[in-house]
Every structure is written in structure tokens, then in C-alpha cells.
Design a binder for this molecule. Structure first.
Ligand code: HEM
Ligand SMILES: *[C@@H]1O[C@H](CO)[C@@H](O)[C@H](O)[C@H]1NC(C)=O
Length: 562
């Protein structure tokens, strides 16, 4: 296997965010050394070393706490998590409405949060929070859904810290989340409950990104944080009744399998694979020159472990001859239906890719049943290929000599030349459908407009890189002088995969020197894959009217304060 160096960041960290990053890399590397990924839960740092995380924390007012350490973060079921941990009754304090708390959100003078029925002013704690400014994700709102994901908060010591900041009690009528009135005429009335951290790009259909600072926290993105790209209302599929059809050209024995039959008749396989929307980083391309589409930023990408059965096993079982030269494409149909009476979502992949061992019909995502937003109960996983082909709520597979007639295969997800402009006729049949993704990388940390103090001398950066077709990332480089000189970043990769079959993403981090004598710096990142493909410097040559596949160097401006 390709050798990956992981220089661990052991130095002192000037700010909580960089400390939290350092620890994550430490712990994920110990997780790497323990062998088989498939037996591990994702995002579960096991043996924390106690010291570095408390370097700055010791300076905080909360003393008598620093001995606290080593614990495993278990992924607990949401309801079980904080049952035995409740804020005390405080009749001496005022009662607040949820709306009062909302007025103290991000950007306001005093930041309030709630935990169960407690109301807290956390303004003075933010600087010393071990998890850095992630605490602001809950500003003006409840910390509960975040603590379910970051279970290190589940202990009486954290509650003690919190109670010192207690200012009131939540009105009992406001503790239960108000149930929204259901409009039976709204095709989107039955959408799943989602994590409040998701950054919504569009509500109906639901499209949302992962907050960048949370994305790089986990090599396998927790299901709750996995970016969501829906085209239609989310179907509510009854698992016990759902069937998967296999039919079409070259199929000698058409199949009609229940989910249980599928699980019980074929060998289960696991694969960790990233999914990226073809519109990821569209907003960056739009900044270069206006494009059309949903303005995704940099985090319409996530990485998960999928469990399912090989599509090739299903096809061979249905009597398909792997060498059948007539079969060219495999159509996939989802259970999500256009509410205006139109078609179901559909797409297709080349027959050859369908027969490749990495392509699976998945029923588990990170060892849990696939959540509704991600295709419950069955979703096709086509590693190395754009997200649009990895059809969710999968209900039919049809073999053919032509591509899927679906709108999303024929009239979307195709990249025109830069000479095609807004208002021009789009001749879809002249360009092929997107399948394999080109090479990509982007920063998640820092965010544009972040400020760093000159006295810190370095700034910690982190992000992801990925390339389609299983082409491994061989390096990620960072520049602070617009690309004249480059520094190689440390990378973290899936130890189960090699450079010719790298379906998982690569996470990177680096400590970058702050240039002298300037009050602003531009960070640039680019990656190189196993085929020595690298990213274009700007969007100039890849600009296309739909804003697809933007993989220009990602640039982030940071202010330097004295
Ligand atoms: C009033 C609100 C909060 C308080 C009092 C608080 C307190 C703490 C404390 C005491 C720790 C150290 C736990 C330990 O390692 O023993 C911690 C860690 C952490 N917190 Fe919070 N937290 C709050 C809100 C949040 C929110 C909303 C997030 C959002 C994701 C968050 C994310 C984290 C993370 C990621 C860590 C781990 C840092 C690391 O070990 O690298 N916290 N928090
Ligand atoms: C598949 O089988 C189920 C259960 O036996 C049945 O209800 C359904 O109509 C079948 N579908 C097709 C297309 O044969």
C-alpha cells in the first residue's frame, strides 16, 4: 500500500479549535493502527491522551476539571443519552420563552443556549470551550442535538460548568419542539426530522450541507451530518413491503426481491466511499462568472461506510452473462416521485461499472439502517462516481443498450463548454452524462473571513481531497503566495484501500506559516491523484453554465491581526 506519513501535531495550540484538531488526528491515527476498519464504529476516538486538550483549557476558569480524561465516546441512541443528566430546578431564576433565547443567537452581544429546561449565558465561556467556536452552532438554540453527536458532554462535570452560567429556566410550554401543522396538500409534509446543524441550501426539496468545521471532525461522516441532496419529496417506504426489481436486456430470470430476501440471499460486503454532488463548490464558480443552480458551497460531500450486496452478484443471479456485449447501461429507479404526476427519479451507470466489485446495493450506512434522507431502505452505491447516479430509495434495476431516459440522466448533470452561455440553446445530446468525478480538494478550516493573530505565527488548516474512479490522492499542497511555492499537507486515508481503489476521501491538515508584513493572506489548496491529475488554477477553463464539477484551486482569505 502507498505509504502515508502522518506527522502528528504535538505542539502547543494557541486556540481551542486547533487543539481540538490536533487531538482528532491523534486519536484517529490510533484508530488506524488497530486494524480492520470494518469492525470499528466511525468517528469514535477511543483512547484519548489527556494532556494536549487541556493546555489552554487549564487557563479557563473551570478548574478542578483537568484530571478528567480517557473515555470512549459511544454512539448512544438519541433518547437514551442525557436521561440521567438533568439541570436542577431553580425557582429563584426567571422563566424565559424560546423566543427570548432566539434573540441571543450568533452575532448578538450575549450568547444564550438551552440544555433541556435550563437557559444559559455562555458568552464568557466561548473562548475557553474545548470544542472551539463549534459552540456557536447552538447559539440562541438548544445544545441537546449537538451533544447527542458529541457525547463527551454527557457527564456531570460538564453540567456543573453549565450550571455556573445558568440565567433562567425555559417556559415548560417551549421545551417540547412545537409540532408543525401538517398540510395534507403539501407533498413535503412528511419529511424526516433533520439535525439542526445542517446548513440548508433549499427546503423543498431538501438540500443541505454539513457545517465545514464538523465535516473534518470525522473520517466517516455521522449519518446525521451527512450532506443531503434530494430532488423530490422523501418517500416513506415500508421496509416490510418494499421490493427490488431486476429486469431488462439479457436478464434470464427477472428478480423481485424483498429487502430481507436481498439481505439473506447474497454475501454482505462493506465499503467506505465518499459521495459528492456534481454541484459542490458551485458558489466558487459563480463568483468567477455567474452560473445557474443551487449555490452549494464547499461541503456538498461526505464519506460513509456502506454495507450491502454486490450489484454484480444480483445481476449474475438473474442470469446476466458478464460478457454480454449488447448490455451497455444499467438503469436505476428510485421510489421518489414527482408530486406533479411526473416521473420517478432515475439515472444510469455503464454496465461495466455495474459489474465492478465495488458497486453495491446498500442497506446500511455507518452500520445503521440507511436513514430516510439517504435512501431507506435501499440505495445504490457507485464508488468513484458522481452522487446523482447513486440512486436512493432504489426500487428497480433495468439493463439496456441505451442510457436511462430519465430527465436527470438526459437533461441535467452534463457539462457544457465555456462557450455556451445563459440563454443559449442547451443541446444536451451533444455532451455525455457525468459519471466519474474529476479531482477535488477544499478547505473546511479556516472559513473565509476568519481572523488570526500575527503573534500565533502559524495558522492551522484542514479539509478534504477526493478523486473519482478510485484514483487515490497522492498529495495535497498548500500555498500562501498564490501558487509560487507549495507546502505538502499531512493526509489521513482509509487503511483498507489502496491508491488504485480509493473510494474514501482523504482528509488533510497543515500548520501554515503566517507571512510577514501583510494584514491579509490567501490560502490556496490543490490535490494530485494517482493519475497525476491535478486541479486547474481558476474556473476560467472549466466554467460551464450549470456550474458543475468546479474543482479550481480553492482559495480562502484570512485577516491577520496585530
Ligand atoms: C454550553 C454549551 C457547551 C458547553 C458548556 C461545552 C463544554 C465542553 C467541555 C467541558 C468539553 C470538554 C469535554 C471533555 O473532553 O472532557 C467540550 C468538548 C467539546 N465540545 Fe462542547 N460544550 C458546549 C457546546 C458545544 C456545542 C454546541 C458543540 C457543537 C458541536 C460542542 C462541541 C464540542 C467538541 C467537538 C468537543 C471536543 C473537543 C476535543 O476534545 O477536541 N460543544 N465541550
Ligand atoms: C413483487 O412481489 C411482491 C410480493 O410478492 C408483489 O406484491 C409485487 O407485485 C411483485 N412485483 C412485481 C413487479 O412482480
Amino acid at each position: 500500500m502507498f505509504h502515508v506519513t502522518r506527522r502528528l501535531c504535538q505542539r502547543r495550540h494557541p486556540n481551542p479549535l486547533s487543539a481540538s484538531l490536533a487531538i482528532r488526528y491523534q486519536t484517529t491515527s490510533s484508530y488506524h493502527n488497530t486494524g480492520n476498519t470494518d469492525d470499528k464504529q466511525y468517528s469514535e476516538p477511543k483512547n484519548y491522551s489527556a494532556s494536549p486538550r487541556f493546555i489552554f483549557f487549564g487557563a479557563a476558569t473551570v478548574l478542578g476539571y483537568a484530571y478528567y480524561r480517557t473515555f470512549g465516546i459511544r454512539k448512544l441512541s438519541a433518547d437514551a443519552q442525557f436521561k440521567d443528566l438533568a439541570p436542577p430546578e431553580r425557582k429563584d431564576l426567571p422563566i424565559y420563552k424560546r423566543d427570548d433565547v432566539k434573540k441571543h443567537g450568533k452575532g448578538s452581544q450575549r450568547i444564550w443556549v438551552t440544555f433541556q429546561n435550563g437557559v444559559y449565558d455562555v458568552t464568557d465561556f466561548i473562548e475557553s470551550h474545548p470544542g472551539g467556536d463549534k459552540i456557536l452552532l447552538a447559539a440562541g438554540d438548544a445544545v441537546d442535538p449537538y451533544w447527542q453527536m458529541y457525547a463527551q458532554h454527557k457527564k456531570s462535570e460538564v453540567l456543573e460548568i453549565l450550571e455556573e452560567m445558568r440565567i433562567g429556566t425555559l417556559d415548560p410550554n417551549d421545551i417540547k419542539v412545537e409540532t408543525k401543522k401538517v398540510d395534507v396538500n403539501d407533498p413535503y409534509a412528511n419529511e424526516p426530522v433533520r439535525h439542526p446543524a445542517l446548513v440548508v441550501a433549499n427546503h423543498k426539496p431538501f438540500n443541505a450541507e454539513t457545517p465545514p468545521t464538523l465535516l473534518v471532525d470525522h473520517f466517516r461522516t455521522p449519518n446525521e451530518f451527512f450532506f443531503v441532496r434530494n430532488h423530490l419529496p422523501v418517500p416513506d417506504v415500508d421496509v416490510s413491503k418494499h421490493h427490488l426489481q431486476v429486469e431488462g436486456l439479457g436478464v434470464k430470470r427477472p428478480l423481485n426481491l424483498s429487502v430481507d430476501e436481498l439481505k439473506n440471499s447474497f454475501a454482505p460486503v462493506h465499503i467506505t466511499s465518499a459521495i459528492q454532488c456534481s454541484g459542490n463548490r458551485r458558489a466558487n464558480m459563480n463568483a468567477y462568472k455567474k452560473v445557474q443552480g443551487l449555490m452549494w458551497k464547499e461541503t456538498a460531500i461526505s464519506n460513509a461506510k456502506w454495507t450491502g450486496v454486490r450489484l454484480r452478484d444480483l445481476l449474475i443471479h438473474s442470469g446476466v452473462d458478464p460478457n454480454d456485449k449488447q448490455i451497455k447501461h444499467v438503469h436505476l429507479e428510485g421510489a421518489d416521485k414527482d408530486p406533479t404526476g411526473g416521473q420517478n427519479y432515475g439515472a444510469s451507470i455503464p454496465f461495466e461499472k455495474a459489474m465492478s466489485p465495488e458497486t453495491i446495493v446498500a442497506y446500511k450506512m455507518n452500520d445503521e439502517d440507511i436513514p430516510r434522507d439517504h435512501g431507506a431502505p435501499l440505495r445504490l452505491i457507485v464508488p468513484g462516481v458522481v452522487g446523482a447516479r447513486q440512486v436512493k430509495w432504489l426500487k428497480a434495476i433495468r439493463l439496456s443498450d441505451v442510457e436511462s431516459p430519465s430527465h436527470w440522466q438526459q437533461k441535467d448533470y452534463r457539462v457544457f463548454s465555456a462557450s455556451v452561455n445563459a440563454g443559449d440553446e442547451l443541446k444536451w445530446e451533444t455532451v455525455p452524462s457525468i459519471q466519474e468525478y474529476p479531482i477535488q480538494s477544499a478547505f473546511c478550516i479556516p472559513q473565509p473571513g476568519a481572523a488570526v493573530s500575527r503573534s500565533e505565527e502559524t495558522i492551522d488548516v484542514a479539509g478534504y481531497a477526493w478523486s473519482g474512479g478510485g484514483r487515490g490522492i497522492i498529495r495535497v499542497e498548500i500555498s500562501t503566495d498564490g501558487g509560487k511555492t507549495w507546502q505538502t499537507a499531512d493526509i489521513e486515508q482509509d487503511p483498507q484501500q489502496d491508491q488504485e481503489h480509493m473510494w474514501s476521501w482523504t482528509l488533510f491538515k497543515a500548520s501554515v506559516k503566517i507571512p510577514e508584513g501583510v494584514d491579509q493572506m490567501e490560502l490556496v489548496v490543490k490535490a494530485t491523484d494517482r493519475s497525476y491529475n491535478t486541479q486547474p488554477e481558476t474556473s476560467a477553463g472549466i466554467w460551464n453554465i450549470r456550474g458543475l464539477l468546479n474543482n479550481a484551486w480553492h482559495k480562502v482569505e484570512v485577516k491577520i491581526k496585530d
